[in-house]
Every structure is written in structure tokens, then in C-alpha cells.
Design a protein around this ligand. Structure first.
Ligand code: NAD
Length: 362
């Protein structure tokens, strides 16, 4: 496969050359079009700040590489293209799917740490579709639209990697990135991602294309006791090995909060109703119901459209009940809340973001 990168037109040297340019992306992995945009930007700015999004997340088929790996790749591919790495700065920012203000603030503060508060900042990018909406979220930075025209996408690069078409990589990524991907390919992380990719393909193939894509509704339990939160370690794809909140798809005849309680019992052996005492059962469930929230980011799950509801069950203090893993859980555990909140990269899908919303603000 060959990249359809049209030659970058001779960059118009801006009459007002900027001190700083900001280029935000996932770069999973960085490809030839990203490289062309960066080189074009470097004709117009002195220092280019690369904001690497979706940092500190567990490896998935959509986000296979750590922020550190992506930073190293960008450095290597630009150095290889003759760019002085002293002109590059990096900021890694986590996603905050349910708190846009926090994401914007983290991007701004990360950029400011490099600009020292200078107002001479331009935002670089390409408004390709709805997913680029964030480029309009920094009105105080001038916008420098890129002139790079290319249909290249990182999705095609990831597909080539997971479908064992390594010979296609060369037409899509710079040599330094190709060399890294070839080295990554035989690793255990890569094998796990390929298995997950095949699992997801099988799920998609099982869907009836004549029907509208199904929308699943799930309920999850965020059970806490004595400063710990109840979690499970997934034993199956997707997200094998990741930590997750107990959860289940809603049955036709149950309420969401009852579904969450059922999930806790099936996945970890803990019956929250019994634990809250017979009298407190309905009150306890009602308190959890009142504090429940909906988590509906459209692409929160690679399995398809899944709208999740999550409910906090606060079981107070005292000894921790024994656990018995079931369902998709290879292990059930009580993790100290600060440890769980401080380890986003260990979590499945957006379960860390769910925990943050339910616990960190409580
Ligand atoms: P991307 O790697 O797909 O693209 C990065 C940039 O390159 C974009 O400006 C894109 O338009 C441009 N680009 C991509 N392919 C191109 C091509 N072929 N030709 C020319 N330009 C091309 O990254 P993205 O998904 O846009 O990255 C945004 C990041 O910010 C993600 O990590 C996202 O999760 C994060 N984000 C998070 C939040 C939140 O958590 N609330 C909100 C907004 C964005």
C-alpha cells in the first residue's frame, strides 16, 4: 500500500512566524500524513508542542501504544526527516470522556508549561470530521489549518499490523515507525492485541447486517468498603487482564440498580443486598439509585454501542467480605481507592473514568 500523500505545497511562510505551535493527536501510531503536517508546521513555528492524547490508558486495538512509545516514535521520525529535536516539546494528556473541562484544562496547562504563558501560540490541525471538534475549543490560539491532503489514517496502519500485513506498513509510516512496529510485532503485548482484534472481528461478524446495530444497556456496581473498591480482573477478551467494575447487560424484567447488584454477586460473589441487611435493602438500593450516573460516550466500547449505568454502593467500614470470582472475572479484589484512582492504565474501557466520576467527586 502506498500513501496517497499529495506533495505538500511550498509552505507559505507566515508573515508573523509563531513562537509556538500546538498539534494535538492520538498518533496511534504516527504515520506519513502526521509527519507531513508536523514538518509543515515547523516551517511556521519555532517550537512545536505535540500533545499526545489518550495517554495512560490500557493497551487496546484502538490505542495500542503508550504515550512514551508514541513520543519516542515522533522524535525518531522527525529526527530522521532532518528536524532538530530541540525544537520539539511533548505533553501527554489522559482522556476525560465525561469531563471535557478537565481535558481542556490539562491540555492548556501542559502547553503553558512549555510556553511560559506566551500568547504567541498557534493551533495546528485538520478539521476532518466531527471528531476534530476540539480544534474549535481554543479560541485564544490562532488556528493554522494544514495543507496536507491525504486519505491516510492510523486505523489502516493498525489493521495492517493486526492482520499480519507488515509489508503494507512501509507505504503508510516513516521508516523509524515501521522499524518499531516490526520489532513490536513478535512481542507478547502485540500477540494479545492481535487476539483481541480477532475476537472483536468475530463479534462484528456475528451481527446481522440487515438489522440496525444493536444498542446494549449495561449496569455496573462501584462497591466500596473501608476505603477499598471492589474490582475484578478480566479473564477474557476484550480487555483480558484489565481491571473492571462488576457489570452485566440489563435483563428485560429488572431495574438497572438491581442489575448492578446482580453483577456484583455474579462477578465477585458479594451480595450487596444481604450485606446491607434485610431492612436496609430497599433504602440501600435507593441510595445507590439516586447517586447513579449514565456513561454514554458513543465509542466507549470497541464491542459496539453500549450505554452503561453505574451505581455506587457504599458498604461503610469493617472487615472486607471474602470474594469468589465468576463470569468473565479471573480474580475479584478489594483495591484501595487511591490506588485504583491513581492507576488509569490498568482499567478496561472507560471504567476508570466511571470510578472517578462516582468516587473522586463523592
Ligand atoms: P489523530 O491522530 O487521528 O489526528 C491528529 C491530527 O492529525 C488531527 O488534527 C487530524 O485531523 C490530523 N490528521 C489525521 N490524519 C490526517 C491526514 N491523513 N491528513 C491530514 N491530517 C490528518 O488524533 P485525534 O483523534 O484527532 O486526537 C485527538 C486526541 O485528543 C485523542 O487522543 C482524543 O481522545 C483526545 N481528546 C480527548 C477529549 C476528552 O477526553 N474529553 C476531548 C477531545 C479530544
Amino acid at each position: 500500500m502506498t500513501a496517497d500523500l499529495s506533495p505538500t505545497p511550498a509552505p507559505q511562510l507566515s508573515p508573523t512566524r509563531r513562537a509556538f505551535g500546538v498539534y494535538i493527536g492520538r498518533f496511534e501510531p504516527p504515520h506519513l500524513a502526521h509527519q507531513a503536517v508536523m514538518r509543515e508546521a515547523l516551517e511556521q513555528v519555532d517550537t512545536l508542542i505535540l500533545v499526545i492524547g489518550s495517554a495512560r490508558a490500557a493497551r487496546t486495538t484502538k490505542n495500542p501504544f503508550t504515550a512514551q512509545e508514541r513520543e519516542a516514535l515522533i522524535r525518531a521520525m522527525l529526527t530522521e526527516a532532518g528536524v532538530d529535536p530541540a525544537r520539539l516539546r511533548f505533553v501527554a494528556v489522559r482522556d476525560h470522556l465525561y469531563d471535557e473541562g478537565r481535558w481542556l484544562a490539562e491540555v492548556r496547562s501542559g502547553v503553558q508549561a512549555h510556553t511560559g504563558g506566551s500568547a504567541d501560540v498557534a493551533l495546528i490541525g485538520h478539521i476532518k470530521d466531527g471528531s476534530s471538534y476540539y480544534l474549535r475549543s481554543f479560541p485564544d490560539w490562532d488556528f493554522l489549518p494544514t495543507h496536507v491532503i491525504s486519505g491516510l489514517s492510523a486505523t489502516a496502519v493498525r489493521r495492517a499490523l493486526f492482520e499480519r500485513r507488515l509489508h503494507d506498513l512501509g507505504g503508510m509510516v516513516p521508516p523509524a515507525v515501521e522499524a518499531f512496529l516490526r520489532e513490536f510485532y513478535p512481542s507478547a503485548d502485540s500477540a494479545a492485541l492481535r487476539a483481541e482484534y480477532e475476537h472483536l472481528l468475530a463479534c462484528q461478524a456475528a451481527l446481522d447486517p440487515a438489522r440496525t446495530p444493536p444498542i446494549a444497556v449495561t449496569a455496573h456496581a462501584a462497591v466500596t468498603r473501608a476505603g477499598r473498591v471492589l474490582l475484578l480482573r478480566r479473564g477474557v477478551h476484550p480487555g483480558q487482564g484489565n481491571l473492571a467494575l462488576p457489570g452485566r447487560e440489563l435483563l428485560p424484567d429488572e431495574t438497572l440498580v438491581a442489575c448492578a447488584a446482580r453483577a456484583a454477586q455474579l462477578d465477585t460473589g458479594l451480595d450487596v443486598r444481604e450485606f446491607m441487611g434485610a431492612d436496609a435493602t430497599s433504602t440501600g438500593l435507593h441510595a445507590a439509585w439516586l447517586a447513579g450516573q449514565v456513561f454514554d460516550a458513543p465509542d466507549r466500547s470497541p464491542r459496539g454501542r453500549v450505554v452503561a449505568h453505574a451505581f455506587p454502593f457504599n458498604l461503610g467500614s469493617g472487615p472486607l467480605p471474602d470474594l469468589r470470582p465468576g463470569g468473565d472475572a479471573a480474580q475479584a479484589l478489594w483495591l484501595p481507592v487511591p490506588e485504583a484512582l491513581g492507576s488509569p492504565e490498568l482499567f478496561f474501557e472507560d471504567h476508570h473514568a466511571i470510578l472517578e466520576e462516582l468516587l473522586a467527586r463523592a
